[in-house]
Write a protein that binds this ligand. Structure first.
Ligand SMILES: [Zn+2]
Length: 428
């Protein structure tokens, strides 16, 4: 449907600046592309387009969640100790259940449905080691209408017997899934997903690097999340200079590789991440929830590392990117205070909003398609009743754009997100 939307419009211009149109107009063609975004009333030019007046609502880009685990959603909110025992006690037994088709189907439907409810229009997602469950996840994402990059988890060592793969079979399964899903409908893509260095042989990781180069698939994994994990990795791979070097020598770094967490990167590691164009998914909720640590956002930003935000459900307890923005700012404030100003200034509201939208799109090399509201891009956007974040509702005294953004990030909930569009099509 050809449509014109009138609303308060927020869109990230760059990492520091938010473009505000009050009111602004968004023109969407029936092919799902944005034709015009601006202040001038376009109704004369775009005759015959259906007009929607959302003057009392906010329209902003759909959110991009650059790290989450579909199977773990069921135990979101249960942190238990820290990363390694949490994996043993909750993650691995839960992921085992995805050998069953019914469980995989039921869980995928709930997961993608809840992502949409939370305003996420693009997601980078881990499935389990099971080829069938990964295939089911793709089917569910397709049905839901999301933009999604999904991967079958790979692990061939240091894992429970029921989740330990044969190296060759693991690679063959991925090859099959890539052929079926990578680039499907222009919305679905494949990510080779070695869980993390501990559970992957060097042989497996090398083959993953090669397969990514041959097929153009993404790579996603975890890096430098937790001190126990880092120490164990060093013990397993003593020949390498540091954790990043293990992945580097296996050929895993590059512009289509997304490393989640990256809390404790040394200077040499940061340099390699930057040189290779490797991306970072910053997961502040999970980093605190599992007592992993606080990523030095400001320092990485000054170094020029490319970052987006990830909920890391269920290391994170919520699929809400509004919550993730809030946690990102609050974590950054804590670090500024406890570093006695060395890690200052803390993350700003526009920076958090950027990371959740255009920054995330850049992490996924999708900035030409999504992440901001601009003519020529796909119409991935949200209609939000931002007044629900305000105790005074319509009579609020605090209606400046920066105040509305602040209330949205600190008090925003899924209930406020009324409509979710991907490629101009309403998903909810
Ligand atoms: Zn994770």
């Amino acid at each position: 449907m050809n449509a014109i939307y009138k609303a308060l419009i927020f869109s990230p211009k760059n990492e520091h600046t938010l473009t505000v149109l009050n009111p602004g107009y968004l023109v969407v063609s029936k092919t799902g592309l944005m034709e015009y975004v601006g202040k001038k009333d376009p109704r004369r030019k775009y005759k015959g387009y259906k007009f929607f007046d959302y003057s009392d609502r906010l329209i902003c880009p759909g959110f991009v969640d650059t790290h989450n685990h579909l199977p773990q959603y069921a135990f979101a909110g249960i942190g238990d100790k820290d990363l390694l025992p949490w994996l043993e006690n909750y993650t691995f037994p839960r992921e085992k259940m995805f050998a069953k088709k019914e469980e995989a189907q039921k869980s995928a439907k709930i997961f993608f449905g809840d992502l949409i409810k939370n305003g996420t229009t693009t997601t980078l997602t881990y499935a389990t080691i099971h080829k069938s469950a990964t295939d089911i996840a793709f089917q569910a994402a397709k049905k839901a209408g999301l933009r999604a990059v999904i991967g079958k988890v790979m692990m061939d060592q240091n894992s429970p017997a029921y989740l330990t793969e044969n190296t060759r079979q693991s690679l063959a399964d991925c090859q099959e899934l890539i052929e079926k899903w990578h680039g499907h409908g222009g919305r679905l893509f494949y990510a080779l997903t070695p869980r993390f260095a501990i559970t992957c042989s060097f042989k497996l990781m090398e083959a993953v690097g090669k397969m990514a180069r041959e097929t153009g698939a993404y790579i996603q994994t975890h890096l430098s999340e937790n001190l126990g994990e880092i120490a164990f990795t060093k013990k397993l791979f003593p020949k390498y200079r540091n954790y990043t070097d293990v992945y580097d020598k296996a050929g895993l770094l590059g512009p289509k590789t997304i490393m989640a967490h990256c809390i404790y990167l040394g200077e040499a590691e940061q340099k390699r991440i930057k040189e290779t164009g490797t991306k970072i998914s910053h997961c502040p909720t999970s980093n605190r929830f599992l007592s992993s640590g606080i990523m030095p956002f400001r320092h990485y930003r000054q170094t020029g590392l490319c970052m987006g935000l990830g909920t890391d459900v269920a290391g994170g307890y919520s699929l809400s990117m509004l919550n993730e923005m809030k946690e990102a700012i609050e974590n950054s404030k804590l670090l500024a205070v406890f570093s006695k100003g060395k890690m200052a200034p803390p993350m700003t509201l526009p920076e958090a909003f950027y990371l959740a939208t255009l920054g995330g799109a850049k992490v996924l090399s999708m900035e030409k398609q999504t992440g901001s509201l601009e003519a020529g891009k796909q119409a991935d956007f949200l209609v939000i009743d931002h007044r629900k974040a305000d105790p005074a509702r319509q009579k609020s005294l605090y209606m400046k754009p920066e105040q509305i953004l602040s209330k949205l990030i600190y008090r925003g909930t899924a209930e406020m997100i009324e409509q979710v569009f991907v490629g101009g099509k309403k998903l909810n």
